[in-house]
Each structure stands twice: as structure tokens, then as C-alpha cells.
Write a protein that binds this ligand. Structure first.
Ligand SMILES: [Zn+2]
Length: 226
């Protein structure tokens, strides 16, 4: 596999999703459309809020947060006071909600964030836990998806961040296409991770390198399986 696919540095594996601005992995498109059809039959408009994201976009998100230009949140979605945090605390606060450039599953084309177009406009979607539970606008869609997943009727999709493993915050809206993403994770080694960081223009690089082992284990290798 081309390492650039792991790192979000190429679009060669992608196709556009018709009628949207999004790109997805060409081998995932067919099964995504089947999942969307299946949802439609049961009364849901399963739409994508985010799909492929490239390296440069992830770098600018990271660096804005690492410079204090974008709000950091704690586990309960409450704003953190940037001026009170040490560099190490800043790195781990960002990692709870955002990936390092070269480390996002959204680089792979296999992963998407979803919402229910019947109950929310795309512009209203925030992708926060409260949208997906209780009376949240995407709650019914996710209850439906729970059933599909339990019966292996999700066409290869699963939730890699369903439970809190102490790394990335739970994200019920984030789906991954297993036939592709497991092939990527197989070749995503620690040396790929470390080389990517060393060669990057990421802010707080020294702190990230100092904690490289822990970051790799907690934020890249820790996820739920189907
Ligand atoms: Zn996501």
C-alpha cells in the first residue's frame, strides 16, 4: 500500500460521492450506497457530514489548536483555559478530539461521519455526543444502526470509537469501512507514525516526540473492532 494513503497525502484511492462535495475510497462506495439504501427503506436519510480529509487540512486544525487559536474542550465539551495548560496538557487535550496530521482515519477514505438528513440540515450538524443519544436529532438513526450492527447488516461498516478506551473521545457518528481500514491499520506501524511526525511542521513537535509511544498506543492503536 502507498504510504501516502495512510497519511492523507494523495487522493489516488478516492472517488467523488455523487451529489456531494465528499470523496470516499473507491472500494467503499458500493457498500456505502447499500447502507444508505437500507437506512432509507427504514425511514432515515443517512448523510455524510465528513469523509476524506487531507493532510494539510488536519495540519491546520492541529496547529490552530496547538497555538491556542481554536478552542480546546475537556471531556464534557467544556472550554479549557489555554493559558493554564502545560505543553504536554495541550497535546493530550487536542488528541482527545482531534488527530495529528497523518494520523486521522479520515485520511484513508474508509471513514465517514454521518447524520440523519431527515432531522438535521448539514449546516446544523456539530458532531457532538448529545446529537446521537436520547432526544438528539441523530439518536433514532443510531438506534437503527445499533440493530444493523448487532445483526451484521451494516455492509462492512462499524464504529471504531464506540466506547471510551482512554484515547479518542467516543464518537457514535464516526463509521469505518472494515475491509479497507483494517488493511491500513495493518501497515500503520510505529515507525511510519514517528517518521511522519519528524518530517512534519506540526506545532509542539518536541512534546509529541517525547510521548510518541504513548500517543501511538492510545490514539492510533486503541479502537473498537466490529
Ligand atoms: Zn470522524
Amino acid at each position: 500500500m502507498n504510504i501516502d494513503i495512510l497519511l492523507g497525502k494523495t487522493k489516488e484511492h478516492l472517488v467523488p460521492l455523487e451529489g456531494t462535495k465528499f470523496f470516499v475510497h473507491q472500494q467503499m462506495l458500493h457498500d456505502f450506497l447499500k447502507l444508505q439504501q437500507s437506512a432509507k427503506k427504514d425511514g432515515f436519510d443517512l448523510q455524510i457530514a465528513s469523509a476524506f480529509r487531507d493532510y494539510d487540512r488536519q495540519l491546520s486544525i492541529w496547529n490552530a489548536k496547538a497555538r491556542g487559536e481554536r478552542q480546546l474542550l475537556d471531556d464534557q465539551e467544556r472550554p479549557l483555559d489555554f493559558s493554564l495548560l502545560s505543553p504536554t496538557q495541550i497535546v493530550f487535550a487536542i488528541l482527545r478530539w482531534s488527530a495529528l496530521p497523518g494520523c486521522s482515519r479520515h485520511h484513508w477514505g474508509s471513514d465517514i461521519d454521518i447524520f440523519d438528513g431527515n432531522s438535521q440540515n448539514a449546516s446544523e450538524v456539530k458532531l457532538v455526543p448529545s446529537e446521537c443519544i436520547a432526544n438528539g436529532p441523530a439518536a433514532r438513526l443510531h438506534e437503527w444502526l445499533d440493530v444493523q450492527l448487532a445483526h451484521k447488516k451494516a455492509f462492512g461498516f462499524f464504529r471504531p470509537y464506540d466506547t471510551d478506551q482512554g484515547g479518542i473521545s467516543p464518537e457514535r457518528w464516526h463509521l469505518s469501512y472494515y475491509p479497507i481500514s483494517r488493511r491500513v491499520i495493518d501497515v500503520y506501524t510505529f515507525s511510519v507514525f514517528k517518521k511522519n511526525i519528524l518530517e512534519s511542521e506540526v506545532v509542539l513537535k518536541e512534546v509529541i516526540l517525547e510521548h510518541a509511544d504513548e500517543i501511538f498506543q492510545r490514539f492510533i492503536m486503541s479502537f473498537d473492532l466490529p
